[in-house]
Design a protein around this ligand. Sequence first.
Ligand SMILES: *Cc1c(COP(=O)(O)O)cnc(C)c1O
Length: 367
Amino acid sequence: MIKFLDLQKINLTHQQEIEERLINTFRSGWFLLGTEVKKFEENLKKYTGVNHAIGVANGLDALRLIFRAYLELGLMKKGDEVLVPANTYIASLLALSDNGLVPVLVEPDLDNYNIDISKIEPKITSKTKAILIVHLYGQVVFSEKLNAIANKYNLKIVEDNAQAIGASWNKIKTGNLGDAAGFSFYPGKNLGALGDAGAVTCKNDDLAKTIRAIANYGSNLKYINIYQGLNSRLDEIHAAVLDVKLKYIDDENQVRREIAGRYLKEIKNDKLILPIEPVDKTEHVWHLFVIRTKERESLQTYLSENGIQTLIHYPIPPHKQEAYEDLNHLNLPITETIHQEVLSLPISPVMTAEEVSKVIEIINEYV
Ligand SMILES: *Cc1c(COP(=O)(O)O)cnc(C)c1O
């Protein structure tokens, strides 16, 4: 069977190095806010080219903490609006509503599944404070026009970079495109820990300091509490593993690009729509290779019967979830079409050329 993602194989690629770092951490007796986290933060900072990197407990917290810090700094207040793509994983919205901010959903572009930049401006009101862009499926969404809109209306740009570490626009890495970014190191992401882990990157010194404090009980100095904070720290063992894997992320993303390149060139079947090739200035990291088809159920069954595992990212859009009853009435046809038709094919740095050929062959035979 061709697995959707073989996590065991991915991590075993670096077995020796990871085990050494894990043993060292275990033997050090120091498990939080120590040297492993410092090293990883330093390397992530260098990698993205941004001023600050802060390890946190997971990707959702990374985003929650950014907005919480904007509230504490007085730059946003409860009831303010944040524009967010309607086609995203629900965590993007949770980070806003958890802070009393109002998610304002913007339809995506049917070509690239990311927020449609031309639809942003009509949604801006006097309460709009930020645009939360999501580099969905590993594809960067950014442009001069987006930046100009943010400048014109004095909006923060926050990146949900959970799926796109290593992607870039105009040679600038995701995580360094806006004011702040949230990363997820959930095991199945392109850079995955051995459990939950995440990070924030940002440009502004005060924002970084505030996020660090909120993530540590609202304290910068032990037992002195400035904010009613949370506990959201990156564990030393995860930082150690991530610091090893970060060295290989560019090579691993390159393998994903090569697989995507083959899929784009060699899959030929009228029943499905392939993702677009990355456009000018953008480097895609193919966290997911997502096709669309009106026959999703039958294609998925056919692939499964032929030994190919696929997944759906995602079956129900946030505005149709029970959790967001107040958004259930919204009419977002592009988002809904995407959720009804998408199917994610296997793609990973450990997929062999034979496996890729098999996927292509089986799909091309689907009638
Ligand atoms: C994975 C993911 C998150 C949340 O990250 P966790 O580490 O699972 O909390 C947020 N946004 C998007 C787009 C994601 O894919």
